[in-house]
Write a protein that binds this ligand. Structure first.
Ligand code: PLP
Length: 466
């Protein structure tokens, strides 16, 4: 079927009356896209949907995994029966994380749903321990945790503001300052001083709001869609861990976008292993996206022994009943994905190739006269932030919508990226960036090509603004 330019979309999402560009095929690191009646082949996929497609597209091995999953898997309603596939996936994730970090997993269908479940698991954890006053969540300014009501309440961005009247009250979803050294580490301030300032602010928030009422602190290990892949400075995440321990509060890391192998330094799964001692991980962690790599819609909540034990010693029951939790097909497909990512050294590959991509982009873009202010990230997750003036870091007029414009130019130059706005001010949409999150199978040639196309696109946009 060919969709003509003016035909209305039948799908109720995004701009309803416009037919969006449509992916009509994909192989490896390349996708074919139909846009306005024209077919674009050989688009290098620099962002794999939204940091999803770890294995790349049209993977022959996955044809076997998916076929097998259809043939052998049985659906079971989790409140009545379990299945072996969900057990095996949970065991795999636990075994490939630092020893003792996780003890259980709940599988669901999206990152938003994972965070929604996580909020309830954390609240119930305190009920199991008899702490009924614990009803408040802490998360961060300029953050994104999903589009359901609970996850949006944890978030702080323009999307959340659109729905403010129906979200959890701000007094119950407290916000600590964003961690964003490029913008907010003051001139003359050391990294350690900046980190201390952030931790002091968090501690004040905890104390001012009565630690006995705080359920948890949630942060994205490497924030993606709201800020543009800002690696946490040294000591920041361990500092949050220490404050959570001090005040008996749960620490929850949202690794929906950055985790499951995208940015792990040891060929494993968790992004926080870059930034925290391996024996001091989070109490809970949410994951998604690369878990199913686009071949299955799966996400999850990983639970530490501490949380699991509180349940076992309490009611021994996780409240909640979703029809598609622990979905056998999804779990089997995700396990197939993960076995290949780890077994074939692809998590190691993306860490190495991703860092090469990021470092080369940084060298090239920051040594030339253009509109790039910062290039940041780690492993397979990088962003390029645009500024009007490198010295003052002044942002462009949001009406110019340069993040999205650069996305369009990249596409014309054969590179798929994600263009965004609002990293500096979510309310006014100030601050433009693009994000790169290629598949784990990228080669050195792909890296060279991504860099070439991205640099050309930045230069094209810079020239167009003169
Ligand atoms: N958490 C983070 C950090 C995300 O980046 C996202 C999506 O981009 C989500 C949660 C929500 O995931 P989903 O879109 O699968 O609901």
């Amino acid at each position: 079927m060919t969709i003509s330019k003016n035909q209305e979309s039948y799908v109720f999402q995004c701009k309803i009356s416009e037919t969006p560009a449509q992916v009509i095929g994909g192989k490896g690191t390349r996708i074919t896209v139909e846009k306005d009646g024209k077919v674009y082949e050989d688009i290098l996929d620099g962002v794999t949907g939204a940091a999803v497609g770890a294995l790349g597209w049209g993977d022959e091995y996955m044809v076997g995994v998916v076929t097998d999953a259809v043939k052998s898997s049985t659906y079971s309603y989790p409140s009545l029966m379990g299945n072996k596939e969900s057990e095996e996936l949970a065991k795999f994730y636990i075994d490939h994380s630092p020893k003792g970090t996780f003890a259980s997993a709940l599988w669901c269908c999206s990152g938003s749903e994972a965070n929604e479940n996580c909020m309830k698991i954390m609240y119930q954890y305190w009920l199991e321990r008899g702490k009924t006053k614990k009803t408040k969540f802490i998360s961060r300014m300029t953050s994104y945790h999903g589009f359901t009501i609970g996850a949006l309440s944890l978030s702080e961005n323009a999307r959340a503001d659109d729905f403010r009247p129906i979200l959890l009250p701000k007094t119950q979803c407290l916000k600590m300052p964003v961690c964003y050294p490029y913008r907010f580490q003051k001139k003359g301030q050391t990294e350690a001083e900046y980190v201390q300032e952030l931790l002091d602010a968090l501690e004040k928030l905890i104390v001012d709001n009565d630690p006995e009422t705080i359920i948890s602190v949630t942060v994205e290990t490497l924030p993606g869609s709201s800020l543009g892949t800002v690696p946490p400075p040294k000591g920041y995440l361990p500092g949050i861990r220490a404050l959570c321990n001090k005040y008996d509060i749960l620490m929850h890391l949202d690794e929906v976008m950055c985790g499951t192998g995208r940015s792990n330094p040891n060929g494993g799964l968790n992004c926080w292993e870059n930034f925290m001692p391996l024996d001091q991980g989070p109490d809970l962690q949410t994951v998604g996206k690369t878990l199913g790599s686009g071949y299955a819609t799966i996400a999850g909540v990983l639970v530490s022994p501490k949380v699991r034990n509180a349940y076992i010693n309490g009611s021994n029951q996780v409240l909640g009943a979703h029809t598609y939790s622990s979905h056998a097909f999804n779990c089997k497909v995700a396990l197939g994905v993960q076995k290949k990512l780890i077994g074939n050294g692809l998590t190691k590959n993306i860490f190495e190739m991703g860092n090469l991509m990021g470092k080369t982009l940084k060298e090239k873009l920051l040594s030339e006269d253009n509109i790039v202010g910062d290039v940041r990230g780690i492993g397979g997750f990088w962003s390029i932030e645009l500024v009007k003036d490198r010295e003052t870091k002044a942002v462009f007029d949001p009406k110019l919508d340069l993040g999205h414009r650069l996305h369009g130019i990249c596409f014309q130059n054969g590179l798929n990226v994600m263009g965004m706005q609002g990293c500096v001010n979510q309310q006014t949409n100030e601050g433009d960036f693009i994000t790169l999150a290629p598949s784990f199978i990228i080669t050195k040639d792909d890296v060279d090509e991504i860099v070439k196309r991205a640099v050309k696109s930045v230069n094209d946009l810079t020239a167009a603004l003169k």
